[in-house]
Design a protein around this ligand. Sequence first.
Ligand SMILES: Cc1ncc(COP(=O)(O)O)c(C=O)c1O
Length: 405
Amino acid sequence: MRASRLSSSSLAVPRSGIRDVFDRAGAIPDAISLAVGEPGRTAPEYVVEAAARAARAGLTHYTDVLGIPELRGAAARYTSRVKGLRYSPDTEIQATPGATFGLFLALMAVAEAGDEVLVPSPHFTSYDAEIQLTGARPVYVPLRPENGFRLDADDLARAITPRTKAILLNSPGNPTGAVTGAEELARIADLCIDNDLWAISDEVYHPFVYVDGMEAAPSIAAVPGMRDRTIVVDSLSKTYAMTGWRVGYLLAPAEVIEETSKIAELVHSSINAPAQYAAAAALDGPMDVVRETRAEYQRKRDLVLSALSRVPALSFATPEGAFYAFVDVRGTGLSAQAFSTGLLEQAKVAVVPGNAFGDAGAGFVRLSFAGAEDDLVEGLARLAAFAESRMRSEIPTAVGAASRV
Ligand SMILES: Cc1ncc(COP(=O)(O)O)c(C=O)c1O
C-alpha cells in the first residue's frame, strides 16, 4: 500500500491562511469584509468595450504564448512612461494569467532544489508555496514594525548564504503597505550584484503610493546594474481593478523570458484573448483612472488612520502604499487569530489574522481599505468598539487575559 495516493510535493504545500477567513466569513452572509485584497471598483467602460469588440470580431483563438503584440507593446509603453524602464515587446515581455502565475513562472525559471529564496516577511500568502513548488526553500527576513515594516538591506545581508539564489521584493507590500525607498533599493542592488542574486520584484501595487512627490514606487530594475538580474512581476489586477480578468505580465531579460515562455506553453499555452485586448486598452489608456483610484485609496487610508488612532489598544505603522493597514492587536490581550475570530463572530467584521502572512505577522491583523466606503466606515467603528470592549473586559485580571490568548 502506498503511503499516500497524493504527491508529497502537493501535500507539502500549505493551504492559504486567507482561505480560512473567507470560508468563515462566507458562513456569516451579512458580515462586512475588510479582508479581501481587491478593489471595490471595476474596470473602466472603454476597457470592457475593448474585450467585447475583440470577442465580437472573433479574436477568440489561441494567442502567442507571450501574449498578443498589442498587449506587449502597451506594457512596454506603460512601463517606460510610469517606471522609466525600457523592455523589448518581442523578447523581454510575457503576458501571464495574473501576477500570481507570473511569480510562479519567474521562480521556476531561476530557482530549484537546494536553492534559497529570501522572502521579507510578513509576506504575500502565495510566496512560500510557490517557492516550495520549485524545490527551493523560502528563507524569511524580518520586516520590523519599529521600522514601519520597511525592508532593511542589513537584514537581507545577514540572511544570504552560498545557497541564496534570489530575493523576492514586494513594494508597496502586502500585507504591510510599506514602500522600499530608492536609497534602500540601491543597497539591496549592491547585495544582488555582489552575491550574484536575482531580484524578483512583485510590483502589483506600484501606482498606489501615498508619499509626497512619488507617482509610483521605485523599481529595483531601475537601479544601475540591476536590469539584467531583475524579473519584474506586474499585473492589471490592482492598477485597473481587473482582478477577475487574470492578466499580468513579466518584464525580464530575454534569457528569462525564453524559459518562462517554454514553461507557460506547457502549462497554460496562452491566456484569455479578449482579456488581453482589454488589458492593452487599459495600459494605453489615460492615467486619470489610476490617479483617481490612488486619491480614493489615500482618502480611505486616512479614514483608517484616524479611526484606529483613537483606539489606545491598537497600534500600527502608517501604510505608505497598497491598500492595507497592518494593525498590532496585542494591546487587546488577544492573539491575531482570537481577535479576528471574535471580531467576526461578535461584530460581524472580517479581517485577516497576520499569521496568514507568516509567523512574523503574529499579533497583527490585516484590514483592506479598497472596498466600499460605507462598509469601511461601519467596519472600522465596529472594530474600534470590539477592541475597546476587550480592553474593558481585560482590566480586572491581567493574568486571566493572558490565559485567554
Ligand atoms: C503582493 C501581491 N502579489 C500578487 C498578487 C496577485 O495578483 P494577481 O491578481 O495579478 O494574480 C496579489 C494579490 O493580492 C498581491 O497582493
